[in-house]
Ligand binder design. Sequence first.
Ligand SMILES: Cc1cc2nc3c(=O)[nH]c(=O)nc-3n(C[C@H](O)[C@H](O)[C@H](O)COP(=O)(O)OP(=O)(O)OC[C@H]3O[C@@H](n4cnc5c(N)ncnc54)[C@H](O)[C@@H]3O)c2cc1C
Length: 396
Amino acid sequence: MKKIVIIGAGYGGLRALEHLAKNPAFSITLIDKNPYHYMQTEAYGYIAGRFDISDIAIDLASFVDGFSDNVTFIKEKALHIDKEKNLLILETQELHFDYAIVAVGAQTNFFSFIKGAKEHTHGVKNIQRAFEFRQAFEKRLYLKLEDKKLNRDGDLHIAIAGAGLSGVEIAAEMAYTLKRYHKILSKESIELKISLIDAATNILPGMDNYIIKKTEKRLHDLGVKIYTNAFIHEISSRRITYKDGTSLAFDFIIYTAGIKASLFVENLACAKNRQEQIIPDAFLRLQQAKNIYVIGDCAEIKDATGALLPPTAQIAEKSAAYVAKSITRCECHETCLPFDAKVDGVFVALGGEYAVGLLKGLKVEGYIAYMLKKLLTRFYRLGLEIKVNVGYKKRD
Ligand SMILES: Cc1cc2nc3c(=O)[nH]c(=O)nc-3n(C[C@H](O)[C@H](O)[C@H](O)COP(=O)(O)OP(=O)(O)OC[C@H]3O[C@@H](n4cnc5c(N)ncnc54)[C@H](O)[C@@H]3O)c2cc1C
């Protein structure tokens, strides 16, 4: 039996497992430092209090139990790969492999040129942080209900640093929630403000103009203040200072300004880009070790023309499906074509039952876009839940 280790049970890792597990000639070990799969794409709704923890997390042990005996899960932190010996080093054990798939995702990139960013803000790339934000957000809503003054102006001010997909979705969902709360509070109650800040010339850098314009309008309607071309110089416990010396006070800050590859990649000697993402060969393999594949956010992934693909769940899954197929072909001594993929579409959730999106070139907005996005998430989750249910039954 060929031994395959999958490091990271995110969107990429789980998709690779699903494909490879069908082959009884493979013995697959899935490794994650957490006992759950975190559905980051739903984090916006969890932070704003619309979704529960069960909407964003899946128990990995139960999920893996839903497969045949050729699949095992180890909840442990992976530390290093010994490329020469084909060994994966975990905290308490070492695993020999024939093939490894590195799918460790990304972490928040607290840029060193923003003083205080790491000390005074938190990202949303893990459940603990999302949970803390949710609690802090709820507490502030409660204080508002009690009409307690939160800062000098008597306003509650939430700042979101970074207007990419995650920043925009969180801003919109929070603004929507606040608007609902605001309606039921007294006229004298303090104001609620959300500021979305980005150094780029527009929000959602790199996205289609249609999406950008529709999103700007929705955010405006929800009362979100957008600050673009805004270069943050320093963040203290309650204040953002810009490079031009002006500043903005906040009660609560979320940092979504950038990502870089997860820490595991740091110990891997290989070509990397400025976000510390691994630069693989055209077949998504490490350039120096052809049996080690890299997928998802921890890698710099390009299409066949050499154009960069965005670090999204969609691309993580596509790269995973490709790598699983490549390993199977490799075992059958069949040749593989270089990786190629394109973005099928993008949906941006913009508070309540409203979204905007592009699906294979088709423009959609409002409730229809929201339903389409919901449907995609539902299908994804259903696939995981089926395995989890089988896993639970096996344990009974
Ligand atoms: C708020 C938010 C909204 C988003 N919205 C969308 C969206 O609408 N559409 C979309 O396509 N994308 C969206 N994304 C991006 C998407 O979530 C990521 O692109 C996707 O999660 C990448 O998948 P991945 O498998 O590469 O990594 P991840 O899903 O991050 O998984 C990596 C896994 O590796 C594990 N791991 C890391 N280091 C180690 C280690 N040393 N040892 C063991 N395990 C380790 C982690 O615990 C994690 O389970 C959003 C992201 C955020 C934060």
